[in-house]
Design a protein around this ligand. Structure first.
Ligand code: ZN
Length: 265
């Protein structure tokens, strides 16, 4: 599943090259998944430069000098990356944005998943999920105080449910939610209304720590034997106490916990 650190890593891979460069051609490979008609692409994207690459939660937004933006929903396994125009496109290619110099920005996503929208300016009003996105977990606005307020507003939510609710906090998915709960030492099914401010502050601290590390040092985090994310399997030993990890279904997602290291509240 694509989560905030993965989106940041993807952006790192192409933003430096693409920002400021002009798109010469737009190739739409999957009109079902790409809500952009070819005439609009010609009028608002072709021969315009990409002004900025932004992340909104788990969405990637390319802002064009024409005043239009392309919004990419990354889905579960969507990917945006640079490739040579001479390399054959992958079977699940949705759209390709070509630069004059011979490279192209590709957006691929398995199956029907993933969507692309063209919007005027920063008007995300028509895109319900983007319009209702909650606070960005890496922004300075998400202080411990703000996190405690959000928890107080959703007392019946489970801790994991709150972390993954995109309308409360935008960008955390299944695996990082489990990691944050594990690192903080609380069960993901703890009710936030039962947690003290001190406990919520601790969750907030590890939320920042986990996401910053995974964003800045993705490879190291994904090789760290102390991280739950690298041991997600039934019966695998807990990276901290070596007790067997357990799994359960929470908000419809497979959730891993160490019953010894994680407390209810
Ligand atoms: Zn443990």
């Amino acid at each position: 599943m694509i989560e905030l650190p993965d989106v940041e890593r993807m952006i790192d891979g192409f933003a430096g090259y693409a920002t400021g460069k002009t798109i010469s051609h737009v190739l739409i490979d999957d009109p079902e998944a790409v809500d952009v008609d070819p005439e609009a692409a010609e009028e608002h994207l072709e021969s315009f430069a990409i002004d900025a690459v932004e992340r909104h939660g788990r969405y990637i937004v390319l802002r064009f000098r024409s005043g239009y933006s392309l919004v990419f929903h990354m889905g579960e396994q969507g990917e945006i990356y640079l490739e040579s125009q001479t390399a054959p496109p992958p079977p699940n290619s949705k759209i390709r944005l070509q630069f004059a110099a011979g490279r192209e920005l590709r957006y691929a996503s398995p199956g029907d998943k993933g969507e692309v929208h063209l919007v005027e300016g920063h008007d995300f009003a028509g895109l319900e999920t983007l319009e209702n996105l909650g606070i960005d977990p890496l922004s300075d606005d998400l202080t411990a105080e703000r996190f405690i307020e959000l928890a107080a507003a959703h007392p019946r939510s489970s801790l994991k449910g709150m972390l993954m609710n995109q309308e409360i906090i935008a960008g955390i998915g299944n695996e990082y939610a489990d990691e944050i709960c594990f690192q903080a030492g609380y069960r993901p099914d703890a009710r936030v209304g039962d947690m003290t401010e001190h406990q919520l502050s601790r969750v907030h601290k590890y939320l920042k720590r986990v996401l910053r590390r995974a964003t800045l040092h993705w490879e190291a985090a994904h090789a760290d034997p102390g991280w739950l994310i690298n041991h997600r399997a039934d019966g695998a030993p807990c990276p901290r106490c070596r007790n067997e990890l357990e799994s359960m279904t929470l908000i419809g997602r497979k959730t891993y916990i160490c019953p010894r290291c994680q407390r209810a509240a």
